[in-house]
Design a protein around this ligand. Structure first.
Ligand code: 13P
Ligand code: SF4
Length: 314
């Protein structure tokens, strides 16, 4: 038996013993997705955490995702296999910067992308995902709207809603998606003439304008399943190909950027979550994600306000 199958067996045994589940983000390694009880995008997984009866949740994703699951589920033990698994977007916005913007524009609603720390989320009015940002902003009747930290997503929302946003910080970027260019798209289009291009809204506007479909990681899975097309070019982090292969096995997926072409294809933070660390997390019950009660409550209020404004339009 291989070392990989041994570790999978041990993880499954530990899950049963500890009454634990693993929530895995769509960008995780293939093996991590296979041991996960649920896979999904950042928001979907936090909601899944609310519905489980398990006592313990190991969050196989980057830290802001685990933090958000912990804030929404104060009664459960949420573990991060590696709390150093950050996110360039989340790291680009701190509480003091956001407070300064709020002072300059006291009447402006604050709309934050889910890729932020729980401490900044606690200062927000709305928490959006790549699938809900356009819908939420289009419903806000305000002269000024503070939006952060992803400038690419902000540009996309501006284009879709016709509204001008105050970007905080002005230039927040995902270190993976920021590398996508029109040139890469034309190379891929020539190589795969029958494929449709799916792009994540963290990509630059020129990619989004060239794409056949723009959406969150979960929305890409849905689009690929429902489309009559058989082949897809995927403009998002490389791990997404694992989720697509597992969930849409009858279709073919080509990453826009491969590891051979660029060291930027794989998110270095997502790659930090390994089967070995998940096993240790379950064995030693580390690292518990703790969010102060007042912070968690404020962030949760912003989530609930967002769900309310979206109504049936999620
Ligand atoms: P999703 O919420 O669409 O899964 O995206 C999270 C992320 O980090 C994208 O880079
Ligand atoms: Fe953050 Fe980009 Fe990695 Fe997603 S892919 S976790 S946005 S750095």
């Amino acid at each position: 038996m291989s070392a990989q199958s041994n570790i999978v067996i041990e993880i499954k045994k530990l899950k049963r013993e500890k009454n634990a589940i693993i929530l895995g983000h769509n960008y995780m390694d293939y093996g991590v997705q296979l041991v996960s009880d649920f896979t999904g995008d950042s928001y979907d997984l936090a909601v899944k955490a609310m519905k489980t009866n398990a006592k313990m949740i190991v969050f196989a994703g980057v830290y802001f995702m685990a933090e958000q699951a912990a804030a929404l589920n104060p009664d459960k033990k949420v573990l991060s296999p590696d709390p150093n698994a950050g996110c360039s977007l989340s790291d680009s916005l701190d509480v003091d910067t956001l407070k300064k913007y709020k002072e300059i524009y006291p009447d402006a609603p604050v709309v934050l992308y889910i890729n932020t720390s729980i401490y900044t989320k606690a200062l927000a009015d709305y928490i959006v995902t790549s699938s809900t940002a356009v819908k939420v902003v289009s419903k806000l009747d305000a002269k000024n709207i503070i939006f952060g930290p992803d400038a690419n997503l902000a540009n996309y929302v501006e284009r879709k809603t016709g509204k001008k946003l105050i970007k905080v910080p002005p230039n927040g970027r995902c270190i993976v998606h920021a590398n996508y260019t029109k040139q890469l798209v034309s190379i891929a289009r020539k190589k795969y003439p029958n494929a449709l291009l799916m792009a994540h809204p963290e990509s630059p506007l020129e990619i989004l304008e060239a794409a056949d479909f723009v959406g969150s990681t979960n929305q890409m899975i849905k689009f690929a399943k429902e489309s009559p097309n058989k082949e897809f070019i995927v403009a998002t982090e490389l791990g997404m190909i694992n989720a697509l292969k597992i969930q849409v096995p009858d279709k073919v997926f080509y990453p826009l950027v491969t590891t051979e072409a660029c060291g930027c294809a794989r998110c270095p933070y997502m790659a930090m979550i390994t089967l070995e660390k998940i096993k240790r997390s379950l064995e030693e019950e580390v690292y518990e994600v703790k969010v102060p009660k007042d912070v968690a409550e404020k962030a949760k209020e912003a989530f609930e306000r967002t769900i309310k404004i979206l109504g049936d339009n999620k």
